[in-house]
Design a protein around this ligand. Structure first.
Ligand SMILES: [Zn+2]
Ligand SMILES: [Zn+2]
Ligand SMILES: [Zn+2]
Length: 465
C-alpha cells in the first residue's frame, strides 16, 4: 500500500479517481489540491480541471488561482462547463464573468442548465436587451411604433432605443430617427438618459409619434381582409357575469390565443387573450384578469372537452402556452376533443399546404390576412381597437375558411376532425413582407414595409403616419 500512496501522481489524471477507488486509497486533500495547482501551473489545464471536478476541489482551485477568469479569456468553454458542473456558486461566478457580447449566449445557457435565476444577473439582462433591440430596430417584420409599445414598461429598453435612434439620425444627417428620438423623450421625460443626449436632441423638431393604429380595422383595409360583422358583435369578457352569459349551445367555434411576444432572452410572457368565435360574433376572454376564477376553468373545460366543433391553427401550441401560463387551471391539461386542424383540413381537401392561417386565407378566400397586430403588446388594457379587430378576425376567419372549404368541396366540417398532417405542394417558407407562407418575398404583391408604421407603399423618410 505504501507504494500505491507514492505512486498516485504518476497515474493519468483522468483515471486517478478510478485508481483510488480500486486500491481503496484516501488521498490527502491538501496534497491533492497542491497537485492540481501544480498541473495547472504546468499548463495542464484540462487535467487539472478534470481532477479538481472529480475530487470536488473545483471551488478550492478557483479560490487559489481564479481559473474561471483565465478560461473565459482563453475561450475554453468546455473546460468551464466541466469545472462548474453541479456547483451553483462556481456557475454564478462564471456567468458574472461572461457578460460580454462574445460570451453572453453561453452565459444564458449556463443560467438555464445550472438552474440559476436570470434576475440575479442584471448586467447580462441589459446585454440581452441591447442586442435584441439592435436586431429589432433593423429587421423587417417589426416597426418602430410596435417596438416602442412592446417595451413601453421597460425604461432601460426605451432609453436604449432613444439613444440608438439618435446615433442613427446623426449618421443620416438629422433624419427622421433623431426627430423620433426627441418625440419619445417628450412622451417619457422620466427616462434615464444623460443630459448631453437630451440637449443634442432638443434642437430637432420632434416627430408626431402616433403609435400603432387605434382604428377598428386592419392596417390597410384597401388590401387586407377585415372583420365582416359589426363591431358590436365582439365582446371583451373580463368579469364572471359576462362569462356566464356566453351561450355555448353552438355547433362550431374558431379558437385562438394571443400573448405578448418575448423580445429578449428570459423575458416572461403569459397568454393574454383566449378568443372564441361563433358564426354571429366573437368573445375575447381576458385570461390575465379571469384566470383565477373557478367559473372560467369550468366553462373552458366543458367547451374544450365538449361536442362543439373547434377549429384552430396549431392550437396544441396555444394550449401548451395556456397550461404553462396558468398551471393552476385544469381546462388545459386534457387532450382537446372534436378539434379540426385548419391547415391539415386545407391540405387534405385542396392538396396544397397553405403553411399557416394567412396562407389558408389566401388559398381559400382569395384575400390577404394582415398579421401585424400579432406581435403587439397584448398585456395593455384597454386593448387598442386595432388589436380588438385583429384578435376577433384571427379567430373568426377560421370559420369563414372552413365554411368555404366545405361548400366548395361538398363536405361537412365533422368529416375534418382530427385530420393528420399531410404533405402539400407548397413549401413552408414565409414572405418577410406579409408573413404569408403561400408566396415568396420576391413575388409579394405588397413589397417592403415602412419601418415606422409598417404600411406598404412608402418608406420611413416619407412616412406621414
Ligand atoms: Zn391569433
Ligand atoms: Zn408577401
Ligand atoms: Zn409609415
Amino acid at each position: 500500500m505504501q507504494t500505491m500512496q507514492t505512486y498516485w501522481k504518476s497515474v493519468e489524471p483522468k483515471a486517478l479517481e478510478v485508481f483510488c477507488k480500486i486500491f481503496n486509497i484516501n488521498l490527502n486533500q491538501n496534497e491533492l489540491l497542491a497537485y492540481i495547482c501544480e498541473l495547472w501551473q504546468n499548463q495542464e489545464w484540462q487535467k487539472a480541471i478534470c481532477v479538481a471536478s472529480k475530487f470536488k476541489l473545483a471551488k478550492q482551485l478557483e479560490e487559489q488561482l481564479s481559473v474561471i477568469a483565465f478560461l473565459v479569456k482563453k475561450d475554453e468553454i468546455e473546460l468551464i462547463k466541466i469545472l462548474i458542473k453541479n456547483n451553483t456558486e462556481l456557475a454564478t461566478n462564471a456567468v458574472r464573468q461572461m457578460c460580454t457580447n462574445k460570451h453572453c449566449k453561453i452565459a444564458g445557457k449556463i443560467i438555464k442548465s445550472a438552474g440559476l435565476k436570470p434576475d440575479d444577473f442584471p448586467a447580462l439582462s441589459e446585454l440581452f436587451i441591447k442586442n435584441a433591440l439592435r436586431y429589432f430596430m433593423f429587421c423587417d417584420n417589426i416597426c418602430l411604433y410596435q417596438l416602442v409599445e412592446l417595451i413601453s414598461d421597460i425604461p432601460e429598453a426605451l432609453s436604449f432605443v432613444v439613444e440608438e435612434l439618435k446615433i442613427q439620425g446623426k449618421k443620416h444627417k438629422g433624419g427622421w430617427q433623431i426627430c423620433m428620438a426627441h418625440a419619445l423623450l417628450n412622451i417619457h421625460p422620466e427616462l434615464p438618459i444623460n443630459e448631453q443626449v437630451k440637449n443634442a436632441l432638443s434642437i430637432f423638431t420632434p416627430r408626431i409619434h402616433k403609435g400603432p393604429s387605434q382604428n377598428f380595422s386592419c392596417l390597410q383595409p384597401e388590401y387586407d381582409l377585415c372583420y365582416p360583422l359589426p363591431r358590436n358583435s365582439i365582446f371583451f369578457i373580463d368579469t364572471c357575469e359576462q362569462l356566464s352569459m356566453i351561450d355555448f349551445n353552438r355547433n362550431i367555434a374558431g379558437i385562438d390565443c394571443e400573448w405578448r411576444p418575448c423580445l429578449f432572452k428570459f423575458q416572461k410572457t403569459k397568454v393574454s387573450l383566449f378568443q372564441i368565435a361563433f358564426e354571429d360574433g366573437v368573445f375575447l376572454i381576458d385570461m390575465i384578469k379571469l384566470n383565477k376564477e373557478p367559473l372560467l376553468d369550468e366553462i373552458l373545460m366543458k367547451f374544450l372537452q365538449g361536442e362543439i366543433l373547434k377549429v384552430g391553427v396549431s392550437f396544441a401550441g396555444d394550449k401548451g402556452m395556456l397550461n404553462k401560463s396558468y398551471p393552476h387551471m385544469k381546462a388545459f391539461k386534457k387532450p382537446l376533443k372534436n378539434y379540426i386542424e385548419l391547415i391539415n383540413a386545407c391540405t387534405e381537401i385542396t392538396g396544397c399546404n397553405p403553411g399557416g392561417l394567412a396562407g389558408s386565407c389566401e388559398l381559400i378566400l382569395n384575400q390577404t390576412l394582415c398579421k401585424y397586430e400579432q406581435r403587439s403588446n397584448w398585456e395593455i388594457r384597454p386593448l387598442r381597437e386595432s388589436q380588438i379587430h385583429y384578435s376577433a378576425l384571427d379567430s373568426y376567419v377560421q370559420l369563414m375558411i372552413i365554411k368555404v372549404l366545405c361548400e366548395n368541396h361538398n363536405c361537412q366540417p365533422e368529416e375534418l376532425i382530427g385530420k393528420s398532417k399531410k404533405r402539400g405542394s407548397s413549401g413552408p417558407s414565409s414572405c418577410k413582407h406579409c408573413d404569408s407562407k403561400s408566396h415568396k418575398d420576391k413575388n409579394c404583391p405588397r413589397g417592403p414595409r415602412c419601418k415606422i408604421c409598417y404600411m406598404t407603399g412608402h418608406k420611413a423618410d416619407k412616412c406621414q403616419n
